[in-house]
Design a protein around this ligand. Structure first.
Ligand SMILES: O=C(O)CCC(=O)C(=O)O
Ligand SMILES: [Fe+2]
Length: 245
């Protein structure tokens, strides 16, 4: 892998897509554990206000957090393997520098017929030096007949705050990603991104968030949407955003 070129591309575009990064043997156990955890009709987890106002319908799961009641070593094991993957670690260090820290892994599950995730930035872009990086692992294909494609705005990690406006509209210059099994997507936390509605079946991704050295561990507590800033630890809207007239 040419880390130098990948790092250049990441810092230019605000994201990287690496197909076939992980072998199917690493993906399949994760995929079946996620399916086993969620079953056929999982309940929503976030507050109703968040789900309706954010236009984001996801159900999270933190498979590696031993403090959660549903933790099991057996379920966590294949997630641990990815966390410890040498190639992923080396690539992360080449993008974020030495001393980077992993946050936690989080699975985000969306049911069929749900809206996906509206445009957002994972953390406020107020300080360009303070950000998380998503390391998104896809264990099954996200195809047009399923929906739930990930949409990114190239170079938006350098464009400041996502403009206020419609949560889910097409923006000029957006790029639609269709990850396959084994794809790794690296996404700067200030890059504008969203997930399209899920039309055909459920969809999910597993995110191993990471941060450069010196970043507060609650960096993703506040998420920027086009209609609000939302704080997850207090379950509250901390700023309403209205489009400029
Ligand atoms: O699931 C995806 O493709 C994107 C998820 C996302 O927005 C995130 O993990 O911050
Ligand atoms: Fe996100």
């Amino acid at each position: 892998m040419n880390y130098k070129q990948l790092s250049k591309d990441f810092w230019h575009d605000g994201y990287l897509v690496l197909e076939d990064f992980f072998e199917p043997e690493l993906m399949d156990p994760i995929d079946s554990n996620i399916r086993g955890h969620f079953g056929n009709n999982p309940e929503f987890w976030h507050e109703k206000e968040f789900l309706s106002k954010s236009k984001t319908e996801v159900i999270p799961w933190f498979p590696q957090n031993p403090d959660l009641p549903d933790y099991s070593e057996k379920m966590a094991a294949p997630f641990d393997t990815i966390e410890q993957d040498q190639r992923l670690g080396a690539l992360t260090a080449s993008l974020l520098g030495g001393g980077w820290n992993p946050l936690y892994s989080m699975v985000m599950y969306s049911k069929k017929g749900t809206v996906g995730q509206a445009w957002h930035q994972d953390c406020p872009p107020d300080d360009g030096e303070q950000f998380n990086m998503n390391r998104l692992v896809y264990t099954r294909e996200i195809s047009d007949d399923i929906g739930g494609q990930t949409v990114v705005m190239p170079e938006s990690h350098r464009m400041g705050e996502l403009p206020a406006g419609e949560p889910h509209e097409d923006l000029d210059g957006q790029v639609v990603l269709k990850p396959r099994r084994g794809t790794l997507v690296l996404l700067h936390g200030h890059t504008w991104h969203r997930v399209l509605p899920i039309t055909g079946a459920f969809r999910f991704s597993t995110n191993y968030r990471a941060c450069p050295a010196g970043t507060p561990t609650d960096i993703t507590d506040i998420c920027v949407y086009r209609n609000m800033r939302y704080c997850f630890s207090t379950n509250s809207v901390i700023e309403e955003r209205l489009p400029a007239i």
